[in-house]
Design a protein around this ligand. Structure first.
Ligand code: 5GP
Length: 195
């Protein structure tokens, strides 16, 4: 998706060989026009899957997920990372390991909002090692719902998450796939392919 790639090149900051900061348009300040285009793109890519709901994770997955839900006209749920005072025991819970923080945390979704009749599109801002996505997959599997696929705004293709999820037979659609962040330079998948 060209508008997204241009934005990454213009406003993204490469912090190291493995971390890209996108606080200027996705993770802190949000660019609504870009989110709208992202929503339209995901809606088009998943339009024939019979999706009934979108499942994302707080907080950075919410903006692209809501815009996609708006275009697809389906509800959007986000998994919580912290226990909410108003959440009951009626939860799907999965344990997610974070390589960057070297810690495990439970994520949870109320059982009121996903059931076995649903077809779920899972969405997140980044795909790196795939642990967040695997936690969301686990939650959908607990509910008995079908998984239509995973929509990712930025995949870091040099990390194992994409392969891990595809090995589970789940379709991954990423709008920008970064193959390298070496030497503070962002390289996208197409640039490598066209060589
Ligand atoms: P995972 O390793 O489980 O695929 O990624 C976990 C989470 O870490 C993602 O949901 C995303 O929020 C965050 N993350 C991973 N890599 C990056 C990165 O390079 N930049 C930013 N801003 N967040 C990242």
């Amino acid at each position: 998706m060209n508008a997204l790639k241009e934005k990454i090149l213009q406003d993204g900051k490469v912090l190291s060989d493995s971390v890209l900061k996108v606080d200027a348009f996705l993770n802190h300040q949000i660019d609504p026009q870009l989110m709208k285009e992202i929503g339209e793109e995901f809606a088009e890519r998943f339009q024939r899957q019979g999706i009934t709901k979108i499942l994302s994770i707080e907080s950075s997955g919410i903006a692209p997920a809501v815009m996609t839900g708006l275009v697809m006209n389906v509800p959007v749920i986000f998994a919580r990372k912290r226990k909410s005072l108003t959440l009951s025991d009626n939860l799907y819970i999965s344990n997610v390991y974070s390589y960057t923080k070297n810690e495990s945390n439970d994520i949870s979704v109320s059982r009121d909002f996903i059931n076995s009749e649903d077809t779920i599109l899972i969405m997140d801002d980044f795909l790196a090692n795939g642990q967040a996505a695997m936690g969301l997959i686990d939650i959908v599997q607990q509910s008995g719902a079908a998984i239509a696929g995973i929509g990712i705004v930025i995949e870091k293709g040099f990390q194992p998450g994409g392969k891990l999820i595809q090995e589970h037979g789940i379709q991954v659609e990423s709008l920008a796939n970064i193959t390298s962040l070496k030497n503070r330079k962002v390289t996208f998948l197409e640039e490598v392919d066209s060589k």
